[in-house]
Design a protein around this ligand. Structure first.
Ligand code: ZN
Length: 160
């Protein structure tokens, strides 16, 4: 980590919580949605958008106090922010830092936009599976009906 990024991470120091860094710029609100953070959330949330970044040009950062993150949430974030890093903070220190990784297939996170897909059957629907067809920009294809989704449609298909 270089000195400049280090300063950015300290915009507001949190005692315990998570810092999600290197979010694709403009996607911080989507990350908050994935985490289920809305106006009912009681603890401190810091959002920085369009911060200069060596790797991404511009990036967003989200800090949430007194919140942990699970692997399902990390997989969702990987879909909309493939370069994001998750920092877990305990007692003001980063105790864990990891980059999100996009799995080869995305299971159960996205709703297929094809209404007649077997994953959308009212009775006994099959768990959705999307295959990564292309990484940048991201293109996903439903394993069952081969419907492709990309861009904003991916965000809209994330189940919360
Ligand atoms: Zn489908």
């Amino acid at each position: 980590m270089n000195g400049k990024e280090d300063r950015v991470l300290k915009i507001k120091t949190i005692k315990d919580g998570i810092v999600i860094d290197h979010i694709s710029h403009g996607r911080a609100p989507d990350v908050l949605q994935i985490l289920g953070i809305d106006n009912q959330f009681k603890d401190s949330v810091t959002i920085a958008m369009n911060v200069p970044s060596k790797i991404l040009g511009k990036k967003d950062i989200v800090k949430v106090e007194n919140r942990d993150i699970d692997s399902n949430e990390i997989n969702k974030i990987a879909i909309i922010a493939p370069n994001a890093t998750i920092n877990k903070i305990r007692n003001y220190r980063v105790v864990e830092k990891k980059k999100v990784t996009l799995p080869k297939s995305i299971v159960g996170i996205l709703r297929c936009p094809n209404p007649s897909c077997i994953t959308n059957k009212e009775r006994e629907p099959v768990r959705s599976v999307f295959i990564v067809k292309q990484k940048d920009p991201l293109v996903l294809a439903c394993k069952y009906c081969e419907r492709e989704i990309s861009g904003e449609d991916i965000t809209l298909s994330i189940t919360t």
